[in-house]
Design a protein around this ligand. Structure first.
Ligand SMILES: C[S@@+](CC[C@H](N)C(=O)[O-])C[C@H]1O[C@@H](n2cnc3c(N)ncnc32)[C@H](O)[C@@H]1O
Length: 244
């Protein structure tokens, strides 16, 4: 496929939990970081904010390449294309130190599927080993990395996880579950919904695809790219749903 026609759909997912050494996590909040600081660190990741919505629990941003969520203790960045999310970690840590009241990183998760065209990624992102090295340099760490390979296809899923030793034994204050579904080779006929040719706007794509029905009473922020492509963030209390 010609490079100019190709878009890397596989998403890099970065999730970082913050805490306090004194255990008083109620005294910290990532949402105290000013919006322009988040916009600056997204520049380091080579993407930008398209749209924003929030509720009492979650600040949700639709990005030029997918989504960012900020809750009291957790930062989540999910980006496709040739974005560079690891580059935004150092500025994030500086902002956390300056604005939020948190003084430790509790957990880090970084994961992605194998890329279709890894050679088109920027530097570090062409090889998961390099991504692990970069993360371990930042977190002075002993992160654990794993690769799950399909026995039937070329698909792989990579995961890096860091749980700083001093956090072991501490009770998790906010138990949390994430379900991530990575879909490929979807029905092209159905995918027509996510084109400007078939859908007049993002709202129509959200309704016609049935996405609007997935989570009751969800606040939806959706975007339809030109000529095709779709992103949505849905939030309901502390539950978040995002489809890109
Ligand atoms: C946020 S990305 C989501 C990628 C998705 N994970 C995938 O596998 O295709 C949005 C989609 O919109 C399309 N798109 C069209 N114009 C775009 C643009 N200017 N920037 C980013 N994506 C664009 C891309 O092809 C991409 O598939």
């Amino acid at each position: 496929m010609a490079t100019e026609d190709f878009f890397e759909g596989a998403e890099k997912l970065l999730e970082i939990w913050f805490g306090r050494q004194d255990g008083k996590v109620e005294n910290g909040d990532l949402r105290k970081i000013p919006r322009e600081k988040y916009e600056d660190l997204l520049k380091a990741a080579c993407c930008e904010v398209i749209s924003y919505t929030s509720n009492d629990e979650i600040d949700a941003y639709v990005l030029s390449e997918s989504s960012m969520f900020v809750t009291k203790r957790r930062f989540i960045l999910k980006t496709c294309g040739t974005t560079t999310p690891i580059e935004c970690i150092k500025p994030l840590l500086l902002n956390v130190h300056e604005f939020t009241g948190f003084d430790e990183v509790e957990d880090v998760f970084y994961s992605r599927k194998n890329f279709e065209r890894p050679e088109l990624q920027k530097d570090t992102y062409r090889n998961f080993k390099l991504e692990i090295e970069s993360l371990n340099i930042i977190f002075k760490g002993t992160g654990v990395a794993r690769c799950l390979r399909s026995s039937k296809t070329d698909d792989s899923w990579y995961l890096y996880a860091l749980h700083p030793v001093e956090c072991f034994g501490k009770e998790k204050q906010n138990p949390d579950q994430t379900l991530e579904i990575l879909m490929t080779n979807l029905d092209p006929h159905v995918m027509q919904i996510f084109t400007k040719e078939q859908s007049a706007n993002a709202n129509q794509a959200t309704q016609d695809s049935g996405i609007s029905e997935l989570l009751p009473n969800m606040k939806i922020d959706d975007f339809l790219f030109d000529p095709c492509g779709y992103s949505m963030n849905g939030i309901a209390k502390e539950v978040r749903l995002y489809l890109n």
